[in-house]
Design a protein around this ligand. Structure first.
Ligand code: MLT
Length: 326
């Protein structure tokens, strides 16, 4: 028997105990780790910590959130794609799961086939924000400044494939003015640089910007949804402010490694659906400008269908832009 066959048999033997219905029924028997592929303190981290706390109560187990940022979320994603498929290592990621397959052409993991979708979580609006002394007070004024000062302005994002990167692509296309882009391991650290004034502007999710906007620490020019949002009632939509093409919302989902037993992903999906009905989570999401997805979307089947459709949607957009990460 050659060494590959032997290795495959050993791997199957290691997984055998997991496949039994009893093992799946005993799940979870220990702490679960949710990997967030961006730095702590950012919007993805915020969603993950709220979901983990609530899911943990339903599962009767501690769920720890671990941040593994870098390379637009692909470093953390690879961690989970190569983890043991037992339900104890999960990935909480966002729209990047739909754009990475087109943006990255030489990944060390399969950005689609490496995961089992567990369920969708929420869809978060984005806001175009700037440092307090940015010389504009409306989106139209900001567009004029971006076009005039494009060679000196800098724009932050969380790496190629991050939501802040995609939103920046849409912005620069809409205003026809590329800017210098400064990548961070997440928009948590990035927003700190805007607050100090070292970075001029960024497109970031309301889960990270709402409180800073309402406190006056950040300037905001628009929200990237079709309608205004209750958490930021005075912020105009991009369409109202004159840039109808500048629209994007950031969906988030939960994933397990490929090969995780269906009974385990179903139990995780059940806990996720309970979490999305948790009044504390729902209220916190509302404060941060978002709402949980309908229960029917928090299933593995619905998540997979949505994810595949969004991969197909973004592929021609990314190929037309011709900008790849590798
Ligand atoms: C993004 O830009 O994709 C996210 O805001 C990154 C993060 O959650 O830090």
């Amino acid at each position: 028997m050659n060494r590959f066959a032997r290795r495959a048999l050993l791997a199957l033997a290691a997984l055998a105990p997991l496949a039994t219905p009893a093992a799946a029924q005993q799940f979870p028997g220990r702490t679960i780790t949710v990997i967030v592929p961006f730095a702590a303190g950012g919007p993805t981290d915020t969603v993950a910590r709220l979901v983990a706390e609530s899911m943990g109560r339903d599962l009767g187990q501690t769920i720890v959130v671990e941040n593994a940022g870098g390379a637009g979320g692909t470093i953390g994603s690879q961690r989970v794609a190569s983890a043991r498929p037992d339900g104890y290592t999960l990935l909480l990621h966002h729209i990047g799961m739909a754009t990475t397959p087109s943006l990255y052409r030489r990944l060390a993991y399969d950005p689609v086939g490496g995961f089992e979708p567990v369920g969708l979580i929420t869809e978060v609006p984005m806001t175009l924000v700037a440092k307090k002394d940015f010389p504009a007070n409306t989106l139209a004024e900001a567009v004029a400044v971006i076009r005039r000062d494009r060679d000196t302005l800098n724009y932050a994002n969380a790496g190629i494939g991050a939501a802040s990167h995609l939103c920046g692509l849409l912005l620069m296309k809409a205003v026809d003015a590329p800017m210098t882009t400064v990548p961070f391991r997440g928009t948590g650290p990035a927003i700190q640089e805007i607050l100090t004034g070292r970075i001029d502007l960024m497109c970031d999710q309301t889960t990270n910007t709402t409180e800073q906007i309402n406190s006056g620490a950040l300037k905001v020019f628009s929200v990237t949804t079709e309608a205004r949002i209750p958490a930021l009632p005075n912020v105009p939509t991009s369409a109202e402010a004159g840039l109808p093409a500048f629209q994007v919302s950031v969906w988030h989902g939960l994933y397990a490694p490929k090969g995780t037993p269906a009974a385990v992903t179903q139990r995780l999906s059940q806990a996720l659906q309970v979490a999305l009905r948790d009044p504390k989570l729902v209220a916190r999401f509302a404060d941060l400008g978002t709402v949980p997805v309908p229960q029917a979307q928090a299933t593995p089947e619905a998540h997979r269908a949505f994810w595949m459709a969004d991969i197909a949607k973004w592929k021609p957009i990314i190929q037309a832009a011709g900008q790849y990460a590798d």
